[in-house]
Design a binder for this molecule. Sequence first.
Ligand code: FDA
Length: 283
Amino acid sequence: MKLPFILAKRFVAGETFESAVPKIKALNKKGIKVTLDLLGENVKKKTTADETVKEYIRLLNDISDAGLKSTISIKLTMLGLDIDSEYCRENLYTLLDEAKRLDSFVRIDMEGSDYTQQTIDIYKEAFKQYGKHVGIVIQAYLHRTKEDIADLAELGADVRLCKGAYNEPERVALQNMPAIREAFKEYTKVLLEKTTFPRIATHDDELIEWVKEYTEENKIGKARYEIQMLYGLREETMEQLTKDGYNTRVYVPYGTMWFPYFKRRLLERKENIFFVFSTMFKK
Ligand code: FDA
């Protein structure tokens, strides 16, 4: 059964690139950059992954032609990681060739913990070849992240730090919010010290206030990092941060395969369920 898009419109900018463009332009106009995500994950057929690569390449060109201030975010399982990791790597490199040609950037989102090691391995190889055109995401809730952050920071990787959105067991990930916030702070410090431009992805006021204070106390300028949020959440906070001189970027998902993303947003915060219904019938 296909659910109606009206359900997802709070968190998803549209089912097509064209329908997302006005929203991207509106964000750019306010000084907020974008990372566009063509929704989808866990592709099982090579024909689908091949088509996805073509769509991403088209997307990079559409962004460039429309003069949008936007990069893209992708998931390796969309490029065939479940089929074969070498095939997935080749697909990623095809995409990165185009990103390099257009002087753009591809962020590799982080998926569930079954994919963490493969994602980091593929990223590190790609980084050697594509440098500033590729970045990765690291999840603060994973127990393994302490080592991963140290390793990636040493490399000078472009890292987006987030809490982590998947339902992970206790042996794999921290389960309570205070511990996750502490880990997030610890890893932010490492990234700020060792990398040139960390991306701090959270809607959490406690963490945002902490980042602002920590950087001020340690004389780390606003130009040294970026704050990222998801489309449809905390718009006023994002605008205020931008006005206050912080680098800001919104993750804008679009596409017809929105259900898994939508479900994660609902499970993450009960208020999001309320948001869905309160905005469903707004234009
Ligand atoms: P969280 O949901 O933990 O809420 C903490 C507190 O923040 C709340 O109690 C409330 O006070 C405040 N708050 C949160 N949302 C609010 C709202 N809408 N309005 C008012 N207050 C609010 N995950 C992943 O596994 N892989 C990935 O690649 C990514 N990528 C990614 C990109 C970007 C740009 C973002 C912002 C997030 C991701 N995530 C992700 C998702 C991330 O891991 C996490 O699940 C969500 O950001 C939720 O955690 P938060 O810290 O944002 O707030």
